[in-house]
Design a binder for this molecule. Structure first.
Ligand SMILES: Cc1cc2nc3c(=O)[nH]c(=O)nc-3n(C[C@H](O)[C@H](O)[C@H](O)COP(=O)(O)OP(=O)(O)OC[C@H]3O[C@@H](n4cnc5c(N)ncnc54)[C@H](O)[C@@H]3O)c2cc1C
Ligand code: SF4
Length: 333
């Protein structure tokens, strides 16, 4: 049986109190929300904080609220509540779909949106027991000096593996971060970094207090597809989030695609506007976009599933996501 290392558990009631505790204990403390990822990682000795600062009991981090032309969601809202909230289902069905596909029902009842955004990157050689990692000689991300995936260089390429961030990126969402130096708003598109060891601009003592998603002003559609081994429990092996705005004539006037679970950050697909703007989402256009995505995506051996197969699945998943944007299709996959 894997046991937890000893730690002290703090239950602040306000954001300022939580930030103060994290600041006070510095690198010896970590925030915890649902604990669905952090607690298993602590059992694997990937993290051994002396203090856990719980964010779940903070009323200021809960709730769904309309704020002018946007929906605000508390960072400590559970994924289950995001997946079934009427306003999310009506306005942002792709987010409801992504939240509803994280892990399984029990984990969605505990896991939060903030925890999903701040999820640690994952790798075959890292998400293992300490015994297993010790036998291998550890790796760059934790306690070692070599990367078993690339075998050269000093860069960790563990995969960003959270479902909601790619969708939030296509919806133009921003997050509020609260830390010892105050609060700041960051666009999700600028949040992630290509560094598997720490893959975001969040400073260690900062917490995600809320997510702000702007309402679309015109005919806008978004969709999400997820490739995984089983239709439940599993992390994504490859995910695709897409969004597009349409003119009355059904011609595309804005389009965006984000792929994730391949590298350390969700990847914005480039060159799509040149292919699709001013055109309808015909089979030819979808095929050209899928082909363009295929050329840009190169999965690594950081997951247990064959990288060549994952690459072959890129155009398949992109096609599925884009087909869901067609007027006749359901609004989210
Ligand atoms: C079997 C299994 C399957 C899973 N499958 C999936 C899956 O398919 N897709 C997926 O996306 N995830 C999956 N997960 C991971 C996890 O359940 C979810 O990502 C969940 O959303 C994490 O949220 P949490 O509140 O439990 O985070 P926690 O475990 O509490 O925290 C995760 C990390 O984020 C930090 N953190 C938490 N909240 C905040 C905050 N508000 N501000 C700043 N930092 C914070 C913590 O310090 C920690 O580093 C799976 C987990 C398990 C055990
Ligand atoms: S990508 Fe390399 S350094 Fe990063 S966790 Fe995997 S083996 Fe370790």
């Amino acid at each position: 049986m894997l046991r937890l290392p000893p730690f002290r558990y703090h239950r602040p009631r306000t954001i300022d109190e939580a930030v103060g505790l994290l600041d006070r204990w510095g690198s010896r403390a970590l925030p915890v929300s649902g604990g669905t990822d952090l607690i298993p990682n602590m059992k694997h000795r990937l993290f051994t904080p002396d203090h856990l600062v719980s964010l779940r009991q903070i009323p200021g981090m809960r709730g769904f609220r309309r704020d002018g032309s946007a929906l605000m969601i508390g960072g400590a809202e559970t994924l289950a509540s995001v997946a079934r909230h009427p306003e999310v289902l009506r306005r942002f069905p792709s987010l409801a779909a992504a939240a509803g596909q994280v892990a399984g029902p029990q984990l969605r009842n505990m896991g939060t949106l903030g925890g999903n955004i701040c999820l640690d990157t994952r790798c075959t050689y890292y998400n293992q027991t300490e015994f297993w990692r010790d036998a291998l000689g550890y790796c760059l991300k934790k306690d070692g000096d070599v990367c078993h995936v690339t075998r050269v260089g000093k860069k960790c390429v563990a995969a960003h593996s959270a479902d909601t961030p790619p969708v939030l990126m296509t919806l133009g969402a921003t997050i509020e971060l609260a830390g010892p130096e105050g609060r700041r708003e960051v666009g999700l598109n600028d949040f992630f970094l290509a560094d598997g060891i720490w893959n975001s601009r969040r400073k260690p003592g900062e917490i995600v207090t809320r997510v702000r998603i702007p309402f679309a002003s015109r005919d806008s559609r978004a969709a999400y597809t997820k490739l995984r081994q089983r239709r439940s429990i599993d992390f994504p092996l490859l995910s695709v989030a897409v969004s597009a705005d349409f003119q009355r004539s059904a011609r595309v006037c804005q389009i965006m695609g984000v792929v994730t679970a391949l590298g350390a950050r969700p990847r914005l697909l480039t060159g799509w506007a040149r292919i699709a703007l001013g055109r309808t989402l015909s089979t030819d256009v979808i095929e050209a976009l899928a082909e363009r995505a295929h050329r840009q995506c190169h999965p690594l051996e950081n997951a247990i599933v064959d990288a060549d197969w994952r690459r072959a699945m890129v155009p398949v998943q992109v096609r599925l996501a884009l087909e869901a944007l067609r007027p006749s299709a359901a609004r989210a996959s």
